[in-house]
Design a protein around this ligand. Structure first.
Ligand code: SF4
Length: 219
């Protein structure tokens, strides 16, 4: 079976096994997604959620409000998520830049053509390729597959991307295998597979729903 066909079979199985999380359809605005992504660096989803809730209770999550907020007050809200001093500083800085250079709207960047928008996003503090791709995919429906640690590990084990591929190589390899309208599902479903079965240490190959299509499965 060729790689593209195998990739399609894997996606089909994952669609049947997992349910997409509800938050996908809850429609957060781009700035909220950016703040959540900054908070989520090196911390669990649970702590990200707690910190974001606390920040939302203390402040309106807008560039205008957060650009003027006292850094120590932002820090207080983010403590549970770790690296809180750094994250608070980045959130404040990025808010100021969005206010000063983009009229207070991240949408101004997201409306640009894909490559230009991606480049501008990556010039913002705290925004690397993954955060840029998350914003482009989730907030602007642009054709990209963000590659987090799960997507990278799982797609390599499944033989969908080269084992020594870097971020760009993994992203582009996956994009060649799937249709742009499926990119969001591919991103989410590979993460869910990685969390539940294809764990970094001791993957649960015997129970894995896509083991038939996996060249790395443990016997
Ligand atoms: S069979 Fe094992 S290595 Fe392959 S995707 Fe499933 S859990 Fe990962």
């Amino acid at each position: 079976m060729n790689k593209k066909k195998r990739a399609e079979e894997i996606l089909q199985i994952l669609r049947e096994v997992f349910t997409l999380p509800r938050w996908i359809s809850e429609g957060r605005n781009p700035f909220e997604i950016l703040v959540i992504t900054i908070i989520s660096q090196n911390t669990s989803d649970k702590n990200t959620e707690k910190a974001f809730q606390k920040l939302s209770k203390a402040f309106l999550i807008t560039p205008e409000t957060l650009a003027k907020a006292e850094t120590t007050k932002i820090e207080e809200c983010l403590k549970v998520a770790g690296l809180y001093r750094n994250k608070a500083r980045i959130i404040r800085e990025v808010s100021k830049i969005i206010m000063d250079k983009f009229g207070g709207k991240l949408e101004t960047i997201l409306a640009l053509p894909f490559e230009e928008a991606r480049k501008k996003l990556m010039q913002l503090p705290g925004v690397g390729p993954k955060t840029a791709d998350v914003l482009l995919l989730f907030s602007a429906n642009k054709p990209t597959i963000p590659v987090d640690t799960h997507v990278k590990r799982v797609s390599k084990r499944l033989g969908l991307t080269p084992v020594d591929g870097d971020y760009e190589c993994v992203r582009r390899s996956l994009q060649l295998l799937y249709n742009p309208e499926d990119y969001l599902e591919v991103h989410i479903l590979l993460i869910l597979l990685g969390r539940k079965y294809c764990k970094a240490i001791k993957p649960l190959c015997k129970q894995c729903p896509v083991k038939t299509f996996c060249p790395s499965k443990a016997e």
